[in-house]
Ligand binder design. Structure first.
Ligand code: ADP
Ligand code: MG
Length: 681
């Protein structure tokens, strides 16, 4: 909070700190601080009309007060009103002046929720209002705000009221627009947010579907859309070198393959090529379910950049995946005489130095690596295209880190986590999206089995049977989030145990702590078929591609997230023939654990799984945005408020096209004063 605002609000530094914990750092933040719920002190409910579950204000005379000590210490008072009906008030937490407050013969008001008690209706810990001091009823509902320890409702209400007095609540949208959208004006909206009239029903307030809530949701979504679309149009105005090419090299690449591209792959590649030919940086998301064939599309895109005379780079979230990409790209690109390199943190210092030199001199035209590529000391001669594989695994902030690597490089992001339409429109509106919505031919759907871990014997028999047919299997060790060391221990133990169980088979182990060369060697052995069973931690979750693997066993599947399970399951079913994914779980299951297993068991479509995952977790968790600090929506729910999102989307386009700068500035200053944070999404 800046000093001027603190002064206006008459708050101390300590209070300001408490407000900061609630992300309330300005007058506007306070004004947009939404109550959790409201209390109704506008009218008195006669004791004859009480209903269980309802929160209400009652008034009556104390006709009895007593302390009870069994089953626990508590104070019980009984009130009666003119109708002769009674209500019990019960306090387990007996504070010092409670006896006096509830002295027999006094008339009091009590505010609380009605419960069915043992002897009749009761309120537990109601708020007591002394009628003798003031018996005026409130005219509006009383807001109850989210708060932190040491900042009580009364203080917070006073601070927010002060903020409201000191800010002009003028509208950011013109009157005719509001009429067209059927939305109330802003002043009215904010007044109602903090002090709804008694006519607003509790149900409507709970469901946030009153017109004033719609206005707030709309404003919030409109701000988000404006900021996203502005980011996009700013990017479209930036200059980048068009990567013009004849397409000959891509043709040569494709002619090496044993398959031809699916129509969906062709369509996506065309979209990418069209972007690359433009003099503005591409920011395109290539979306496709696990196994849909994004890699070859990426290779073709890289080749286009290279033919145009530029360097290209591909980054992957794990070393194993980067290695795997490297060996694939090496076969493809060596045949075309294109010098490529690999860069990761685990290379020897000298090797790293060599790669960096070759990138700077331009000798190497294509580099594959982990996040080591993001580092400042990696300098390119003329980088034209950056490809980020499994984008969702990188931190959100890393998307911009390539900016300084070249003159507004083109960016292609790839993700196997399908982004539901609402999220795409809401949070990825500054990106263009291509979708590979078709699987390569010859895939067999993977059969999913849910097996209680006490039936491990059966699973082991099944592993034997599968391997006897010449296929290979993965065995994924449980995820132990609390400790990497423990995770490693479990993996090693599982490996030893399974090596004992399957003495006749060749069993390998791969985990994140192994040196890159070791990992690579194990992976190569599995790819070549000299290992039958690969025991792995979740490092194999993304991207690893071994068509002969037909069985995936996942231990403690209940601990894993949905997209992780979907990714893991996608490692099999790539080579034709039957494939099975065994999800082992241990009881007792938590509710979400059970729900996740149900979803993964019943669905194979990654898109549907993502949609249900979003519902289960909400957008903050789904996007991994909680940690990254992206401002999420306070009022709107993009799934439920899709109509408002669509309207906001259209209006934002229109306002930006018409260049209505006054509306844009005013609205964004109000809703997103730190607008730059959105650009990193
Ligand atoms: P993902 O989209 O999950 O990254 P990959 O690019 O790893 O998928 O492709 C999965 C497998 O499908 C690879 O073995 C790849 O060679 C193969 N593949 C890709 N495109 C086709 C296609 N059009 N026809 C047949 N197989 C394909
Ligand atoms: Mg992939």
């Amino acid at each position: 909070m800046n000093p001027t605002d603190s002064k206006i609000l008459k708050i101390s530094a300590t209070t300001a700190e408490k407000l900061a914990k609630l992300h309330l750092n300005s007058l506007w933040d306070l004004i947009l601080h939404a109550p959790l719920r409201y209390e109704d002190e506008t009218h008195i409910t006669p004791l004859a009309d009480l209903r269980v579950g309802e929160s209400c204000l009652v008034e009556g005379k104390i006709i009895h007060q007593e302390m009870q000590f069994r089953p626990r210490r508590q104070l019980i008072a009984r009130i009666e009103d003119a109708s002769g009906h009674c209500l019990f008030l019960r306090y387990v937490n007996v504070y010092p002046n409670l006896h006096a407050q509830l002295a027999t013969g006094k008339t009091v008001r009590a505010l609380g929720q009605i419960r069915q008690g043992y002897f009749g209706f009761e309120m537990v810990h109601p708020k007591i209002i002394n009628v003798e001091k003031s018996n005026e009823l409130k005219e509006t509902l009383t807001p109850v705000y989210p708060t932190v320890a040491g900042l009580n409702q009364t203080t917070l209400r006073r601070i927010i009221a002060k903020a409201l007095e000191n800010v002009e609540l003028n509208d950011t949208l013109p009157e005719h627009l509001l009429q067209k959208l059927n939305l109330p004006n802003f002043n009215h909206t904010i007044k109602l947010l903090h002090a709804p009239t008694p006519e607003c029903s509790a149900v409507d307030l709970n469901n946030k579907n009153l017109p004033f809530f719609r206005r707030l949701k709309f404003d919030e979504l409109f701000a988000q859309q404006l900021s996203m679309q502005l980011a996009r149009s700013e990017r479209e105005q930036q200059m980048a070198t068009p990567l013009k090419n004849t397409g000959e090299w891509v043709k040569k690449l494709l002619s090496q393959l044993s398959f031809s591209l699916t129509n969906a792959q062709k369509k996506c590649l065309d979209e990418i090529q069209a972007d690359l030919a433009k003099p503005h940086p591409m920011h395109r998301l290539l979306q496709g379910d696990v196994g849909s064939g994004k890699t070859i599309v990426a290779a073709a895109a890289a080749l286009s950049a290279i033919e145009a005379g530029f360097q290209a780079a591909l980054t992957a979230p794990t070393e194993i995946l980067a290695e795997q990409h490297f060996s694939k790209f090496a076969t493809w690109f060596n045949a075309l005489n294109i010098p490529i390199a690999f860069l990761s943190g685990s290379l020897k210092k000298k090797e790293k130095q060599q790669v960096k030199e070759d990138l700077q001199s331009g000798k190497v035209r294509f580099v594959i690596g982990t996040h080591a590529l993001f580092q400042d000391d990696v300098v390119f001669d003329n980088l034209g295209l950056v490809i980020v594989d499994e984008q969702h695994r990188f931190g959100v902030g890393q998307r911009l880190s390539f900016k300084n690597k070249g003159n507004n490089v083109h960016q292609l992001m790839m993700s196997a986590t399908p982004i539901p339409r609402t999220l795409a429109m809401g949070f990825f509106a500054d990106l263009d999206v291509s979708v590979i919505d078709e699987m390569p031919p010859g895939r067999t759907p993977v059969t999913t089995k849910l097996i209680n871990s006490i039936r491990r014997d059966e699973v082991e028999r099944f592993v034997r049977k599968t391997i006897a047919t010449g296929r290979q299997a993965y065995w994924v060790c449980p995820l132990i989030e609390e400790s990497e060391t423990l995770q490693l221990k479990t993996a090693t133990e599982t490996f030893e145990r399974l090596s004992q169980t399957f003495q006749e088979l060749k069993v390998g182990l791969i985990h994140g702590r192994m040196k890159a060369a070791e990992k690579n060697e194990v992976m190569q052995q599995f790819v070549s078929g000299s290992l039958n069973l690969l025991v792995a931690t979740t490092v194999i979750e993304v991207g690893v591609d071994v068509p002969n693997a037909a069985l995936m066993v996942i231990e403690h599947a209940e601990r894993m997230g949905l997209s992780q399970l979907h990714q893991l399951r996608g490692r099999v079913g790539r080579g034709g023939g039957d494939s099975v994914c065994v999800l082992m779980f241990a009881e007792p299951l938590s509710d979400t654990g059970r729900e996740r297993l149900r979803i993964i068991y019943q669905n194979t479509d990654g898109f549907e799984i993502a949609r249900q995952d979003l519902q289960l977790r909400g957008p903050g968790e789904f996007l991994g945005a909680k940690q990254s600090g992206i401002p999420l929506l306070r009022f709107a729910d993009i799934e439920r408020d899709i109509d408002l999102l669509e309207t906001a989307n259209r209006l934002a386009t229109q306002i930006i096209q018409n260049n209505q700068q006054d509306i844009i500035t005013k609205h964004l200053n109000r809703w997103l004063p730190n607008r730059e944070v959105y650009l990193g999404v």
